[in-house]
Design a protein around this ligand. Structure first.
Ligand code: AMP
Ligand code: ZN
Length: 476
């Protein structure tokens, strides 16, 4: 098929046309959540945008296979952690076992996804399902001399690579330049500052809850190995698109690339997409800070999940997005107005194929332009303003909403049904007769009568509005 989908590739720092390894097919991998707490709305921004990426690719005709891991074996909370892993920290906080915590927060994550119309990836694999695969990869890396054992742990030797910092990003360089902070113990086992652990048997986290037998003793995997193994297991040795939040770029993705390509002996993934952060006034929203905003808090405050989805889609994924209730309120109003406009589309005509193809192409072009969701939404506003007939409008909106997933037709339909359900049949008949009578009056240029009818309806709590498509009414 013709390849015309373009996106910014973090690896080359250029907007590029995606050329898949296999014609018409895309293998896509997403770094999944660490399930020690609820996802915050920042995490969910990443998953919304990745969902749109997947659906855009499907919309323009690719056969997509998407894989996601669930990090249920704890990676360290941060460099300065005083001796707990994230999963164990969650278990202690709630007086549960690590596996209970993992199950609870995995379910909670997918509940949020469902509310936000985020499609479940084709394959979802918890890290704890794949321990034999991790051990196999570490053994191979040792055989190929890309890894070494020191102090009971297995480390990846970054000095064996010509180009370790593949993203050549300022973040990568800064992180290494900064060196080790005063409050963190230096790991004397490492040959190079940038080396990272593939398998732990000895660490400061002696009370690690989940441990497995391995050729190096009882222990647990390093954080990065899971994404390399899980993606190769399900997508094969060559993958098309890998995505995650921008904080995943370094060290996580840098290390994934190092170990995967050392293991495979060739290039692994061609395109990398990173979603920039949702930020608060005080900086990045972060789970480990403990005090963060979840989707259920927004729901309790009366915001429908689709309103938060619209909030995300109105900005570009490659820009930080500042969370603000004012903007969210504007989105809520914009969403309600949009639904009302869609509900007002008259039931008329048959699909005009030329107009349909024209608008669909406009919408696809926005998606193919580095997933430009906000311009894609303006295509719908342009359509609503146009002379295109009702049947065509509805079909185009239905199609576009496959990608946007804002429940546009569904909520418009509910609004319509709700409006007619809340007036009794007799009143409905009266309104329809009065609207017809007013139309005749206007035709006969009897504007005084037309105004009188409008007033009469208003007295009964019915406001009417003349639109390009005809007269519509609402209860006031
Ligand atoms: P975690 O559960 O911490 O592993 O993060 C899950 C996903 O959310 C990863 O892709 C992160 O890069 C992403 N993420 C973390 N914080 C934010 C944020 N403030 N805004 C957007 N994405 C984020
Ligand atoms: Zn990952």
């Amino acid at each position: 098929m013709e390849n015309r989908f373009q996106m910014f590739n973090t690896l080359t720092r250029k907007v590029e046309t995606i050329i898949p390894n296999e014609d018409g097919k895309i293998g896509m991998y997403t770094c999944g959540p660490t399930v020690y707490h609820f996802a915050h709305v920042g995490n969910l921004r990443s998953y919304i945008m990745e969902d749109v990426l997947e659906k855009s690719l499907r919309f323009i005709g690719y056969d997509v296979k998407r894989v996601m891991n669930i990090t249920d074996v704890g990676h360290l909370s941060d460099d300065a952690d005083s001796g707990e892993d994230k999963m164990l920290k969650g278990a202690k906080r709630e007086n549960k076992t690590v596996m209970e915590i993992a199950k609870f927060y995995t379910d909670a994550f997918f509940k949020d996804c469902e509310a936000l119309n985020i499609k479940r990836p084709d394959v979802v694999e918890p890290a704890t399902n794949c321990i034999p695969e991790f051990i196999h990869m570490v053994e191979e890396l040792l055989k190929k001399d890309y890894a070494y054992v020191a102090g009971g742990n297995v480390y990846f030797d970054t000095s064996k690579l010509d180009d370790y910092l593949v993203f050549s990003s300022a973040v990568e360089k800064e992180a290494l330049k900064e060196g080790v902070r005063d409050d963190v113990d230096v790991d004397e086992n490492k040959k190079n500052k940038s080396d990272f652990v593939l398998w732990f048997t000895k660490s400061k986290f002696e009370d690690q809850a989940l441990k497995w037998d391995s050729p190096w003793g009882v222990g647990y995997p390093g954080w990065h190995i899971e994404c390399s193994c899980i993606s190769i297991k399900h997508l094969g040795e060559r993958m098309d698109i890998h995505c995650g939040g921008i904080d995943n770029m370094f060290p996580h993705h840098t290390n994934e690339i190092a170990q995967s390509e050392a293991y495979l002996g060739h290039k692994w993934c061609n395109y990398w997409l990173h979603v920039h952060h949702l930020v608060e006034k005080g900086g990045k929203m972060s789970k480990s800070k403990g005090n963060f905003l979840t989707l259920s808090v927004l729901q309790e405050q009366g915001y429908e999940p689709v309103v938060y989805r619209l909030f995300c889609l109105q900005s570009h994924y490659r820009k930080p997005l500042e969370f603000s209730y004012d903007v969210l309120d504007n989105m809520k109003n914009a969403y309600e107005k949009l639904i009302k406009k869609i509900a007002e589309i008259p039931e008329e005509g048959t699909v005009d194929e030329a107009a349909y193809a024209d608008y669909r192409k406009k919408f696809e072009d926005c998606l193919c332009n580095d997933v430009n969701t906000s311009t894609a939404i303006t295509v719908i506003y342009d359509l609503l303003k146009s002379d295109v007939n009702g049947a065509t409008k509805r079909k185009i909106i239905g199609d576009c909403d496959y990608v946007l997933s804002l429940d546009l037709l569904k909520n418009a339909e509910e609004l319509k049904n709700g409006a007619s359900a809340s007036v009794d049949a007799e009143l409905l008949k009266f309104i329809e007769e009065k609207i017809a009578e007013r139309k005749e009056a206007k035709k006969a240029k009897d504007f005084a009568k037309a105004d009188a009818i409008r007033e009469e309806l208003l007295q009964k709590g019915i406001a009417i509005k003349d639109t390009r498509e005809g007269t519509v009414w609402e209860q006031v």
